[in-house]
Design a protein around this ligand. Structure first.
Ligand code: NOJ
Length: 976
């Protein structure tokens, strides 16, 4: 297939200016209360919707039009006045019902509020917001930023903090800049596996595939490629990598955007990706902060509820599991963090002062800026006080209505004294400091957008050359918006080569009976190759082997599972410049003089298929399982409610295997898939879990199947025998348990393999598992103490640098008023006020606002107290390749904490998972050779989070360090 941009299919979906229509119910008129419960929900359902109980799946929502602008349309629709009912009749009925509801809410409060608070209560207050500019490694950038910010007027500072509105400019998120002071508009663009809505850019393997490589070097190189492409397209801030969801629920719709169900794997992969992106000068965004584990109810209104789900999580679990990769990201210098849609302990993640001010900015010493997920900001002043620095895309509670919670409201809030001027200074300063820190003041690398030369050089809203600069506004001027700049590299620097290498290394072989793999191009297993008299017959089965006749971008944001699957869907998906289907690579690799390929590229196979298509010597059968972001759905799916293959995959495999003695199954999937319906059938010789390979899917698969590379992917998640094996916490909450659904993370630290280990459940394939084409042994484990065991990290170091200071005088409100003759675009968000009548007034600050919090003892550096990263133990091991070919092995290091640990501060016994991954290295080893691999363990690796001390504690007692090839194949153990 030609490596040409195939955008024809997505062109059909180009946004027709102003053509949006309603697609999704909106509950704009519902009052918002996080304390209503299921009983009230039943009441609401009964009153407002003819929908029978239990039908809350997104399938019941209206099907959206396809096309590039789907999310934009949703935004347009949601802003329509009363857009949640279509007909006037419904209006009348709903008005009556709403009246009834209000009466109930107002008059029967005892009924409404009868249920207690959620189990884990509310998030504690943490004020005031720590200022940025406290570390040496950021000092220069902060000093330059301070000079620039001191030149900014109040409205310019507001411009830096507030997006211009959904689709108001060319990227999915845009700020307007501060031209007079010399600060440009910023373009923020998805996403984690490539540039969303862009042409001629690489569709990289998804995060989950990258996690499956366990290859730190490839993680960095992919980040570098992502960074370079974003920069060449004119993106300042890349909206990735994703490290939450972590994978608490194997069916989580967006798990595939991240790197696997373990904090250390996520943390290392995220940090390597960030280093790569930022080494190209692009600001990376660690997202989604935090505990955004499922799509159902993630966002207010999207799921027909007025509130988002609350992830209720205890302090220790937060620190040891979900926060871990964010800490690693901050330590890697990440410039931005995106707070998530969901609530955490009943406080919205983007207005949660404990999480933003306390944990991120104090304890983890985050020096960058916190941006909201798109419409995740749920309050104005409160979110500013809680530590949010930038609101995206600028719209407030409703998409694209031009009514920001900040913008002019923030200007007003500063002038009337409700947002302290120090806070807005810090908000602008943090963003400008990151811009300097990443070298974006270098105008050769980041040209300043000028009239006639807009940046970025592509538009998110059209695939045509000409388009609107301000799509969602009333400005109809057409200019060149797409330059079609090719950023994929060429020759030996063609990024597809790296994408292919990653996809191949992210492929996991879990079964290989009789060493049927690798195959020989002349047919059959490589070890049995030889010339035959008759042609060798290979049957290729399943839709997933073939290309989509409508092109790889036929479904908007890739939100369908049609033909070969190489990406999940949503904002984390991109336009494929091309997609090599497996069948094409198989046809070009098999020697067709010796091999006859029969293609049956459908999942709809008759039982007697061999009578129709002929007997096959070898059968390769392809199946899939897909999922994606909650704003879209396919076949009733966003999160996966079950983990079985989709589109009749199980039946397809069984039918093929029933008549084919040598069946190889290839699974393209967003995560774990239950294989139990056929895995033990004798004719199933090999099973390959190819995850989500991106544009080079077929070529990468052929590299593995034909042994052009060793198969070296290892599972970044557990493949259980059933969904219930993952425990109660592993199930998606698909029906809300209240009007603000409450999801208690009761399993604590025990997700994925930790749950299986703790409950002695045998998985089908354990976390970390994967076969190679060669064999390895481990020997000579050596644990060397680098630093002695001590209970606590060193005291928090004092700040060596003081944050810049600014005048605290409030500006004259007159300076914040729209300049005379200003041409306002409809829906565009400006920082200006209509008049200058604002005066400072007393403001009821949130409770706890006037109780300054003590600095966390776990803080004092980027990612936390620097002594947490001191290396205490060196683990070294010899790995020998005992086979006949070069191969790659992942050396995995797991730690078991001492038994009988009691926390001194609380007197409570501390329970630990059976073992936790704490480090890994991938080594390439020639046949018969031995390599020594070393992994060092830090204080943090050997500590637990003490809720009583609010610090990391290295317990006394004996640690077990186990080394091997997976979480259950650990031949070497030592004590420390
Ligand atoms: C919402 C998604 O959750 C986030 O990941 C993405 O970056 C924004 N939309 C912008 O598209």
């Amino acid at each position: 297939m030609a490596r040409e941009a195939d955008l024809s299919s997505s062109r059909e979906g180009l946004l027709k200016h102003g053509a949006a229509t309603l697609s999704r119910d909106s509950l704009d008129n519902y009052s918002s209360s996080s304390e209503l419960d299921l009983d009230e929900l039943e009441l609401l359902e009964g009153q407002t919707s003819p929908r029978p109980r239990g039908e809350w799946s997104p399938s019941k929502r209206k099907k959206k039009d396809n096309g590039k602008e789907k999310e934009h349309k949703r935004a347009q629709k949601a802003k329509r006045k009363g857009g949640w009912l279509r007909s006037k009749i419904c209006w009348v009925v709903s008005a009556i019902l709403l009246g009834g509801l209000l009466v109930l809410l107002g008059g029967f409060q005892t009924f409404v509020y009868k249920k207690p608070q959620p189990m884990d209560g509310l998030s504690p207050p943490w004020y005031p917001s720590p200022k940025g500019g406290t570390y040496l490694q950021w000092q220069k950038s902060y000093l330059m930023a301070a000079t620039l910010v001191s030149k900014m007027s109040l409205v310019e500072k507001v411009n830096v903090t507030t997006g211009t509105g959904w689709a108001s400019d060319l990227c999915v998120g845009n700020t307007a800049g501060a031209f007079d002071a010399g600060f440009p508009p910023l373009c923020l663009q998805d996403g984690p596996l490539g540039i969303r809505f862009a042409d001629h850019a690489t569709a990289w393997p998804a995060g989950i595939t990258v996690g499956a490589t366990w290859n730190k070097d490839l993680m960095y190189k992919r980040g570098r490629g992502l960074g370079l492409e974003h920069r060449l397209k004119g993106v300042n801030v890349m909206l990735g990598p994703a490290m939450g969801p972590m994978g608490r629920m194997p069916g989580g719709g967006r798990n595939w955007e991240g790197f696997g169900s373990d904090p250390v794997l996520q943390g290392i992969a995220a940090a390597q990706t960030i280093r790569g992106i930022q080494d190209e000068g692009v600001i990376a965004t660690a997202k989604h902060y935090i505990a955004n584990e499922q799509e159902h109810f993630r966002q207010a209104r999207e799921w027909e509820l007025p509130n988002a789900i609350s992830s209720n999580i205890d302090d220790r679990t937060l620190h040891e599991l979900y926060l871990w990769p964010f800490a690693d990201s901050i330590r890697a210098g990440v410039g931005s963090i995106m707070c998530s849609y969901n609530m955490v302990n009943s406080s919205s993640a983007c207005s949660n002062s404990k999480l933003l001010n306390g944990v991120l900015k104090d304890e983890l010493g985050f020096q960058g800026f916190v941006q909201s997920d798109w419409l995740a900001q749920r309050s104005g002043v409160a979110s500013a006080l809680a530590g949010l620095d930038m609101t995206m895309p600028g719209d407030g509670l409703i998409w694209a209505d031009g009514q920001s919670l900040w913008g002019p409201r923030l200007t007003e809030a500063v002038l009337n004294g409700s947002v302290p001027i120090e806070r807005i200074n810090d908000m602008a300063l943090r963003t400008v400091a990151v811009w300097y820190q990443l070298g974006q003041d270098n105008q050769t690398l980041f040209p300043i957008p000028l009239e006639g030369n807009p940046r970025p050089n592509f538009s998110s809203w059209t695939n045509d050359k000409m388009g609107h600069l301000h799509e969602s506004t009333d400005d109809d001027t057409m200019v060149v918006v797409n330059n079609f700049t090719d950023v994929q590299g060429d020759g030996k620097n063609f990024h597809g080569r790296l994408a292919q290498e990653i996809a191949a290394e992210g492929t996991v072989l879990v079964k290989n009976k009789d060493n049927i793999l690798p195959l020989s191009p002349s047919g059959g297993p490589e070890h049995a190759r030889g010339r035959r008299r008759a042609k060798y017959n290979v049957g290729v089965f399943g839709e997933d082997a073939g290309p989509n006749p409508k092109g790889p971008n036929a479904c908007a944001d890739r939100s369908c599972n049609d033909f070969t699957l190489a990406s999940g869907w949503g904002s984390g998906a991109v336009e494929f410049p091309f997609l090599t289907p497996p069948i094409e690579a198989l046809e070009s690799t098999f020697d067709l003089d010796q091999v006859q390929i029969t293609q049956v590229l459908t999942n709809d196979l008759p039982n007697d298929w061999s009578a129709v298509h002929g007997t096959q010597d070898l059968c390769i059968v392809f199946i899939t399982s897909d999922a994606g972001e909650g704003f879209a759905s396919w076949n009733h799916i966003t999160d996966r409610i079950d983990l079985y293959p989709q589109k009749g995959g199980d039946d397809l495999v069984k039918k093929v295997a029933a008549s084919c003695a040598n069946t190889i199954v290839i699974v393209h999937a967003v995560g774990a898939v239950i294989l139990e319906r056929w895995i033990d059938l004798p004719n199933i010789k090999a099973v390959v879990l190819a995850n989500l390979p991106g544009e080079e899917s077929g070529n990468a698969l052929a590299d593995v199947l034909f042994g052009r590379v060793d198969v070296s992917g290892r599972l970044p998640y557990t493949v259980g025998k059933s969904l219930s094996d993952y425990g109660p916490g592993g199930k998606i909450m698909s029906k809300p348990n209240g009007i603000a659904p409450q999801q208690d993370f009761k399993e604590g630290l025990l997700i994925d393999y930790r749950h299986f280990d703790a409950n002695s459940i045998t998985p089908r394939y354990e976390f970390g598992f994967g076969l190679s084409y060669t064999t390895f042994t481990f020997s000579d484990l050596n644990l060397k103490t680098l630093k002695p065991k001590t209970l606590l990290p060193s005291p928090r170091p004092n700040a060596t640098v003081l944050p810049p200071t600014f005048s605290t005088l409030l500006p004259d409100p007159e300076t914040a008023v729209f300049p005379a003759g200003f041409r306002k675009l409809k829906n565009y968000i400006y920082p200006y006020l209509d008049n200058s009548t604002i005066k400072p007034e007393p403001y009821p600050y949130p409770s706890g606002y006037n109780t300054p919090q003590p600095p966390s003892p776990a803080g004092g550096g980027e990612g936390g107290n620097p002594s947490l990263y001191d290396e205490h133990v060196s683990v070294s091991v010899n790995v020998t390749n005992t086979g006949k070919r070069t191969g790659k092995q992942v050396v995995q290091v797991y730690v078991s904490f001492p038994s009988d640990v009691t926390d001194v501060s609380t007197g409570r016994k501390i329970d630990f998972p059976v073992r936790v991954l704490r480090g890994f290295e991938k080594a390439e080893i020639n046949a018969t050779e031995t390599t020594t691999v070393e992994v060092n363990l830090t204080r943090k690796d050997l500590s637990y989070w003490s809720v009583g001390r609010q610090n990391w504690v290295m317990p006394d007692g004996e640690f077990t360090v186990a080394v091997g090839a997976s979480s259950r194949d650990l031949p070497l153990q030592g004590s420390w």
